[in-house]
Design a protein around this ligand. Sequence first.
Ligand SMILES: [Zn+2]
Length: 316
Amino acid sequence: MKRLLINNKAKKDLFVKSGNRCAFPDCQQELLVNGNTFLGEIVHIESYSPAGPRYNPTNSVNEIFNISNLILLCPNHHRIIDASPEIYTIEKLKRFKEGNESIFENKPRKFELKKAEINFELNHQELLDLWQENELNDDEEFWQKLFCSNPAILSHILINPIIKVDDKSYLGGKSFDNKGGNIIDFLFKQKQNSDAILIEIKTPKTRLLGQKYRGNSYSISSDISGSIVQLLNYKNEFQRNYYALTDGSENGLKSFHPKCLLIAGSREMEEMDDNQNRSFGIFRNSLKDVEIITYDELYEKIKDVYDIFKKNDNNV
Ligand SMILES: [Zn+2]
């Protein structure tokens, strides 16, 4: 049977609203196991196929794929409800869905993955799954850890090969009482010429745009403009203290023209329209010294690489 697609936004909303648990009363089976295996099944309450259970011919395609018509179940309960549509009616399933969602309505989303669990290099699929699962995770430390234990992620952004020098690097700027120093999230260097790359990470939830300004123009969020200033400060400090910082160290780090990279926000989650996209694009291209990459863009890059590898595997 041809499988119609449920859009990512609807899926994401459904997972969040249901707390990643089976909606069948008292089942509460966790559908994400060990942070990387998803057991859940997305079920249409009213089927889209005349051959399916609970088919309603009056539904439009939009209604069928709307999140209000989707329920998240464990595989067992999916089988049970489909086998007895006369018992598990449309109305009953809607009540199951509402009942389950009301449990999680007021609870903050729980992130299943412990930080310790990402302290190893993940394979591509694990990385993609974990990433998707945490798209709404606003904990900077989580992302810090993920990038830290999987430095290859960052090589997807930069064309030239890079080498990790350090994370949480001190770049100078401390006063005599040891306060107020500048700590950059990641310090890399270009493989070719050892020039430094300063990388600062925020989270996917960091807002990219601010208010509408005039006409079709949007301002940039204060988080983004603040992060850019912060990065440029780091760069200044790094250049100013370069000799003191690298004196006696064997990392071979250079400071010809350090590159600054900011990873923050998600255009997809911010649901930018054309004007917003254009404003963000124009702003980003106008920056000389800082490159901004969003989490959704980075995810796509990793996925592209993964798809290429997968294709190659299939050819073997
Ligand atoms: Zn269940």
